[in-house]
Design a protein around this ligand. Structure first.
Ligand code: PLP
Length: 450
């Protein structure tokens, strides 16, 4: 990849400066998940593969794949052309409209989804997929409660936020009635103080206790991220997902895998649950389905669940259901994953990344754990070590973000976790260089506060 962006691209990105745009946006457009004064705008003019260029033409390592969605990588002409063709042909369509991209997307999703999952409800975001999973689970089972885990994120709409376990839920409590909390498969800081090789999956057994105490007949579904996303990239121990499957089968509870973050190759399989050969009843996806080129989410379900709605009304819908441009983007994106063997690439690059992150954890006192599945890598910093720094975690967080930005690494650091999640097309050279820069940034932030 060349350092200097081609002139045509620079021209296409426009002559506006990032500062001008930031001032104009600041006046009229709100930033998400932040006090507005603390917002950190991302200057992105255009991108190519695993890299993007800011408005000054500087090249960045996209280690967050924008917001964990650009799995395919930037500037893929196949998707761009598919969107443009669809816009020419049919840009606006009734939710019940018939068109090729919609039919093809249904087929492709059935092809790549785990097991016999066969039907898709096509919405616009991960949050909407979760909302509809919740509604469908309640409609099918007739049961009012659901189980969700403590360190989870399921989306920003009120229902999805009620399922969410992390702090983003707190300002809006109380949310939905009947969301029961369960512990996470967070092995590094196991809630029971156990180690994975001798824990007998206490965190899954705990869910069984919750079910028994609440009454199995009252619980519609268990919601769990395939691999926990923005709360820390927790990889469940082998046997965990199977255990959940068995619990659900035993009690007639629906198993919902939230693969919004972990799906579409991020972990080196199409979906994280594929690592353990588990077929959920319902599965929510978004992000990588279009690689962020157009907004889309989907709720996928097995045939016996879809058949419930053959004669019963499906009380779900939205104006932009199966939006033509999103469908076209998703079809082209899924085909590109297949054509380019990107899931295999995620697995191969991920094996290297895993070894590197584990080595960092072994050798550096500031690092608690390095964990990685496919191209979903996380460095969890040692909480005690970070607390000894001047200003503790809040100061370190600011210092690290500055140091990463100075080295043109776009990566998320949140609650002691630094995520290494580049687009799946990343090359070994880009991954190694970006990781080197990331380690330099950590070292600088630590030195500044020691
Ligand atoms: N579920 C998980 C696991 C997520 O990571 C997210 C978003 O980050 C969502 C749901 C919500 O998706 P969206 O932001 O598209 O509404």
């Amino acid at each position: 990849m060349s350092e200097a962006p081609p002139q045509t691209h620079r021209e296409r990105s426009g002559a506006q400066s990032a500062q001008d745009l930031a001032e104009r946006q600041r006046r009229h457009v709100l930033y998400t998940w932040t006090a507005q004064r603390q917002a950190r705008p991302v200057s992105i003019a255009y991108g190519e593969g695993a890299m993007f260029y800011d408005h000054e033409g500087k090249r960045w390592f996209d280690f967050e794949s924008q917001v964990f969605n650009c799995n395919l990588g930037h500037g893929d002409q196949r998707v761009i052309e598919a969107i443009s063709r669809q816009a020419q042909e049919l840009a606006c369509a009734h939710p019940a409209a018939l068109f090729e991209a919609k039919a093809r997307l249904g087929e492709l999703l059935a092809e790549v989804s785990p097991g016999d999952m066969s039907h898709a409800f096509l919405c616009l975001s991960g949050s909407e997929a979760i909302e509809n999973a919740y509604k469908v689970a309640r409609m099918i089972t007739g049961r009012p409660k659901v189980i969700a885990r403590r360190r989870s994120y399921h989306g920003a709409s009120m229902g999805a936020l009620s399922l969410t376990g992390d702090a983003r839920r707190r300002p809006l409590e109380p949310g939905l009635w009947g969301v029961l909390r369960a512990d996470d498969p967070y092995c590094y800081r196991c809630p029971y103080g156990l180690k994975p090789d001798g824990c007998a999956l206490q965190c899954a057994t705990h869910i069984e206790h919750v079910i028994e105490m609440e009454g199995p007949d009252s619980i519609a579904a268990i919601f769990a991220e395939g691999v926990t996303g923005s709360n820390g990239g927790f990889i469940p121990p082998d046997g965990y997902w199977r255990h959940l499957r068995e619990l659900c089968d035993k009690h007639g509870i629906l198993l919902v895998a939230d693969e919004v973050f972990s799906g579409f190759g991020r972990t080196g399989e199409w979906f994280a649950v594929d690592h353990w050969g588990v077929v959920p009843d319902l599965m929510t996806v978004a992000k990588g389905i279009t690689s962020g080129y157009a907004p889309m989410g989907a709720l996928l379900m097995r045939p016996e669940l879809a058949s419930h709605f053959e004669d019963e009304q499906l009380w779900c819908g939205l104006t932009s259901y199966a939006h033509p441009i999103s469908c076209a983007a998703a079809v082209a994106t899924i085909k590109a994953y297949q054509e380019d063997g990107l899931i295999d690439n995620a697995r191969q690059q991920g094996a290297w990344l895993k070894a590197e992150l584990e080595a960092v954890a072994r050798s550096e006192p500031w690092c608690g754990e390095g964990r990685c599945l496919g191209l979903f890598g996380t460095l969890e910093l040692d909480h005690h070590y970070i607390a000894t720094l001047e200003g503790g975690e809040p100061a370190f967080s600011v210092a690290l973000k500055d140091a990463l930005a100075q080295r043109q690494v776009h990566a998320l650091y949140k609650d002691h976790n630094l995520f290494i999640t580049p687009p799946l097309c990343v090359t070994s050279e880009q991954l190694a260089e970006g990781l080197g820069r990331t380690q330099e940034a950590i070292a600088e932030a630590l030195t500044r506060l020691s």
